[in-house]
Design a protein around this ligand. Structure first.
Ligand SMILES: Nc1nc2c(ncn2[C@@H]2O[C@H](COP(=O)(O)OP(=O)(O)OP(=O)(O)O)[C@@H](O)[C@H]2O)c(=O)[nH]1
Length: 852
């Protein structure tokens, strides 16, 4: 047992936590009186009491594997910051962050919730910081949600489960954060649990995440009367002190000891703490000349000031390259370690000012660039849309430049529409406060937008609109700011689908409205309608994804509809190198007017899908296909004067770029619903050629006519290509699967994957093996289990199997894996690509589809 507290002092977190904090919902009294309301000031609004200067702002996210403790940790952050008066518990369904009924009933996070609170670090003289925090889901089906959140963050806290270590989903979200260069720190949670291993988890940070762990804390255990290890607190390696929490308390009271106490009472841990300090200084010195100078002056790792270490840590963490990643530890559920974690967020994660310039494109993606730091025109990204029963559509935005102002008009550069900002809100999970403006670097919510979807770029419309000349306004501005696009969020292709039908004909319209709301919220859901039968299909990333979409559609959006069986979304294609071409003239009444247009189409099957981002300016690469458009001008029909003007035979009223767009969207519609079984088409190239002398028929040749012509011609050409082959070809989604199991179950799992599931095992890894080719883990400092009775320090004993397996064979795999591994196996998978199916496999699928 630890001796009674002698030299302890309690830290400022305790005495200040409830009094200093802004609680805009009136949960605390002082904030309302004190707050300088600089940017958010509104006569009726309750503003943030902290000045919203960017240096004192952190936009952060929490990312991790499912169940690592993201929501539990966030709830503590809210409590210690004074935002909530009691701690919300996931297991009781009482959290602030998981507020959707489906989230509370399933105990998992489905949508990201954004929340703002203030935090004043414990360092003397610190001012409050505004923390905009986004809680993200851990389930693989919601990786898109994670990605869209990561996109707008400046920094992230990665939570690891101290028992499970670095899990597969953590690796996935880590890489997503790496892709966007987001600086991260790591919190090793659940150290109170039996089997928790801090040292091996640190090793795994190196071996699995390929990051250099900078160990800033060590866990402190004491043994109870039965000899069991009880997690009590952490040793702070930077400030050379010890934090102890009272067992069973709410964690507000933190007892602080110095190293003398540690030396007297826990000499083993004291020695480990000294080793950890040396390791930390050595690691930081690898890439920081300034710290090397300090060290050479002083000559002692232990005498270097905390400030010098913090400065170096901040500098190196901010570059986002994983060369140095601060590692902290705790047990959120036991209320241990969360306040120092918040301090670390302030100390080591970036403010919006630290972020490199934002990537953008102009001219419909053709010109790449960065948003200048001095840009004062508004540019914001809608990163999430949520339908609120009371407030309507809430569009979450991150402002990158300029200021978003209430009652102003916005121009959505992605959709080309103009909308008015009715209200602006600052979100406190599902509670909100009205504000007047949102300055650059901040996150907030717009109410009143009818069209904006997740991923759209918004600029201030009044910059262009005041002339009152409608759509021509952009011609009056000298640059192409009005075509600006913030880097879009990549939407992965859906792999599951189900039919969806209204309960009666009169429910069709409400269902369509509810579906379009769901799609605005979640662009990784897709809806397609069969033109002939009118049947609607909803497709998404996973079975859980669609089940939750159904629950929300029926529960929250009150649609009266039935969803059919969830099936795999296959693709279809034509044999590679088989080509077909034809010329058609489309002629039909559209909206009471005759529409007539012709086009020539040639289709050809491709061995491999084209690589996105490649191709000529006339080519569009979409969902594994290439669409190219050529508007030919037959020279012999032109006079020499006409020949000088391109597209002479097309009237000026037809804009060539718009015509190309219409033809491309016609071809895309044909590819979206293949002629064989109605699955989307892949690995196909479509070339559309327009010869105005044959394909233009005066006023009847509208853009809509050309789009329909391109669709009809593409579908017919694909159909004829299939007919000449005898039948169509199905392609199935192939998954990259990583299974983590105990050594003893490895053989069974590998056998099952490779024989019963037709998978191809690529790699067996585990322990430190995986580390060899990544980062030399022998050089990584990982603390021993000093003071922990259980000294089974070393390799965690988990092995991983990496395999490529058809998705069809992975349906229901979790249940099977659990039964093979007495509940211990876990797996994660992601779409690797699409593979042509062999005849016998395709026959099985056909039987299934046709219910045979
Ligand atoms: N023993 C222990 N349990 C914890 C700790 N932190 C979280 N838990 C429990 O772990 C489970 C998962 O916690 P959550 O906070 O929902 O995890 P999450 O990462 O938000 O999960 P998702 O939102 O579903 O991705 C809950 O039962 C928590 O009570 C901890 O420090 N110690």
């Amino acid at each position: 047992m630890l001796p009674p507290v002698r030299t302890a002092s309690t830290i400022r977190w305790l005495c200040l936590s409830h009094s200093r904090i802004a609680s805009p919902l009136g949960r605390s009294i002082l904030s309302l009186k004190n707050g300088p309301k600089r940017f958010y000031a509104a006569p009726s609004a309750v503003g943030l009491d902290a000045p919203v200067d960017l240096a004192h702002t952190r936009n952060i996210g929490i990312i991790a594997h499912i169940d690592a403790g993201k929501t539990t940790t966030t709830e503590r952050m809210l409590y210690y910051s004074g935002f909530t008066r009691r701690i919300g518990e996931v297991d009781e369904g009482s959290t602030v962050m998981d507020y959707l009924p489906a989230e509370r009933s399933r105990g998992i996070t489905i949508t990201s919730a954004a929340i703002t609170f203030n935090w004043t670090p414990s360092a003397p003289g610190s001012r409050p910081y505004t923390v905009n925090l986004i809680d993200t889901p851990g389930h693989a089906d919601f990786t898109f949600e994670v990605e869209r959140s990561i996109r707008v963050l400046d920094g992230a806290v990665t939570i690891l489960d101290g028992v499970a270590g670095v899990e597969a989903q953590t690796e996935k979200v880590w890489r997503q954060a790496e892709k966007y260069g987001i600086p991260r720190l790591i919190f090793v949670n659940k150290l109170d649990r039996v089997g928790a291993r801090f040292g091996p988890t640190v090793k795994e940070i190196a071996s699995k995440l390929n990051a250099w762990p900078a160990v800033l804390q060590l866990p402190l255990y004491e043994q109870d009367a039965k000899g069991d290890d009880i997690f009590r607190g952490v040793v702070d390696i930077v400030e050379r002190r010890v934090f102890l929490w009272d067992l069973g308390g709410d964690g507000q009271k933190v007892n602080v000891h110095d190293y003398t106490w540690l030396k007297e009472n826990r000499s083993d841990l004291y020695c480990e703490a000294l080793t950890a300090r040396v390791a930390l200084v050595e690691l930081l010195s690898e890439n920081d000349e300034e710290l090397v100078e300090v060290f050479l002056d002083i000559g002692d790792h232990h005498a270097i000031s905390p400030d010098a270490i913090k400065k170096s840590l901040r500098k190196q963490t901010l570059n986002g390259s994983s060369e140095v990643v601060p590692v902290l530890c705790g047990a959120s559920f036991k209320n241990i370690g969360v306040q120092p974690l918040l301090d670390a967020v302030i100390d080591y994660l970036p403010s919006p000012l630290d972020k490199p310039e934002t990537e953008i494109s102009y001219d419909y993606g053709k010109t790449k660039g960065v948003l200048s730091a001095s840009e004062d025109r508004l540019c914001a990204l809608a990163f999430k849309v949520v339908n609120d029963p009371k407030r309507g559509a809430m569009v979450f935005v991150r402002v990158y430049s300029g200021t978003l102002v209430r009652a102003h008009h916005l121009y959505n550069t992605t959709l080309g529409v103009r909308e008015r900002v009715h209200r602006l809100l600052k979100m406190y999970a599902d509670d909100a406060v009205d504000i007047q403006s949102i300055p650059a670097g901040h996150i907030g919510v717009i109410i009143g937008l009818k069209s904006a979807r997740t991923g759209d770029t918004l600029i201030s419309d009044h910059q262009y609109y005041h002339s009152g000349k409608g759509n021509k306004r952009h011609q009056e501005v000298s640059d192409s700011f009005w075509t600006i696009q913030l880097r879009p969020i990549e939407v992965p292709p859906p792999v599951f689908f189900a039919s969806i039908e209204p309960n009666s004909l009169s429910e069709q319209k409400p269902l369509e409205d509810a579906l379009s709301m769901l799609l605005r919220e979640d662009p990784s859901l897709h809806i397609t309608t069969d033109e002939d039968s009118g049947q609607m299909l909803i497709s998404g990333m996973g079975e859980l994804h669609l089940e939750i979409a159904r629950d929300r559609l029926v529960g929250e959006l009150k649609a009266k509809a039935e969803m059919g069986r969830i099936l795999i979304s296959y693709r279809e294609t034509i044999p590679s190198t088989l080509g077909h071409e034809l010329h058609i003239v489309f002629e039909k009444e559209i909206a009471g007017k005759l529409a007539k247009a012709g086009c020539h189409v040639s289709v050809i099957g491709l061995d491999e899908p084209p690589i996105p981002g490649t191709g000529t300016p006339d080519e569009t690469i979409v969902d594994g296909n290439i669409i190219s458009v050529d508007i030919a001008v037959p020279q012999h029909t032109l006079t020499s004067q006409e020949a000088e003007t391109e597209h002479a035979k097309l009237p000026k009223s037809i804009d060539v770029e718009e015509l190309k767009g219409s033809l491309t969207s016609g071809a895309m519609a044909a590819l979206g619903r293949g002629p064989y079984l109605g699955f989307p088409v892949r690995n196909t190239s479509i070339k559309i050629t327009i010869d105005p002398s044959k394909d233009y028929f005066g006023a009847e040749s509208t853009l809509a006519a050309y789009s329909s012509a391109a669709r009809l011609a593409s579908t017919t050409a694909l159909k004829e290509a299939i007919a000449s082959n005898g039948e169509g070809i199905l392609m199935e989604p192939m998954m990259n699967v990583i299974v983590a199991v105990n050594e003893k179950d490895l053989g069974k799992v590998v056998g099952d994957l490779s024989s019963a599931r037709g998978g191809h095992v690529l790699e067996l890894g585990g322990g430190d093996e995986g580390a060899v080719d990544r980062l030399n883990t022998s050089k990584v400092y990982a603390p021993g289990q000093a003071g922990k009775g259980d000294d089974n320090y070393g390799v965690r004993g988990k092995r991983s199997v990496v395999a490529i397996v058809p998705l069809k064979e992975m349906v229901g795999y979790l249940k099977h894996l659990r039964s093979m591994t007495t509940g211990r196996g876990t797996f994660v998978m992601n779409l690797l690509g699409w593979e042509r199916m062999t005849r016998p496999r395709a026959v099985d699928v056909l039987k299934d589809i046709r219910g045979g």
